[in-house]
Write a protein that binds this ligand. Sequence first.
Ligand code: ASP
Length: 325
Amino acid sequence: MKHKFLKSVAGLAMFASAFAYAQTPYPTKPITMIVPFAAGGPTDTVARLVAQSMGNTLKQTVLVENVGGAGGTIGAARVAKSAPDGYTLFLHHIGQSTAPSLYRKLSYNAVDDFEPIGLITDVPMTFIARGDFPAKDLKELLAYVKANKSKVTYANAGVGSASHLCGMLFMTAIDTELTTVPYKGTGPAMNDLLGGQVDFMCDQTTNTTSQIKGGKIKAYAVTTKTRVPSLPNLPTMNEAGLPGFEVAVWHGLYAPKSTPKPIIDKLEHALQVALKDPTVKQRFADLGTEPVAENRATPEALRAHLKAEIAKWAPIIKKAGVYAD
Ligand code: ASP
């Protein structure tokens, strides 16, 4: 009898706390969305578009804070330790799934320390080089980097970044080790590429489209299976001479683990509204991408995708033998 009474008291307490959360007005102050790369790069661009639109729905400002370095793992570690109160969000990309295999030790668990909110977009990558780089197409690029491997430089955003992953796949495919130059994001890397301080890189179309269209850099191929409508003249890697080379950068939105469900629900809704926002859709299209369908902009879809991607990349990274401390 006593036992039954205790049980119902506990049930009541749980109900009361869920009720309290449902009643808690949220958000009542600005929200910070952490991007684990420097401002001005492709992840930052996606984040700012989504943050602005989510802020309109939530009727609060969503500020983007750039916490770059170590391929996105510094920002991820910061979010993992943040209060689960809905005021810290995390927009990251495919790196959330590759870092666990690339780093011997991470201070966070990429799955258990985060509350998924939803997928955002899949973005193609492009192989690009400084404007006066000698190679004019991918075949020439392959020949040139092999012949000049001691002096060619490849820019990336550190071990764990998408540009690192793409470069790692490239070097494995052509069996050639190149000198890499890590940045806190590919925004600053692009500045150096434009300035001719580094030779080439692989980066999302959300960072490269306008520079390619403006003829400021050389572009060799897009890394997706099919061509990108906004860059119709750019061949796929398959067409250009590296068959089977394929990688796309997916982005997801997270909160720290244990963020209350009613808050996650509100954020999920605001994300879904953002992905239907005509301004976001148009900007995404201009930059070679599109929002995911609504059924992928959910916690369940992001959780499943993250786990599948961790499982997909682990053996590939192991085979490449790339590790960081
Ligand atoms: N594109 C970058 C990467 O290589 C990161 C960034 O968004 O700056 O992961």
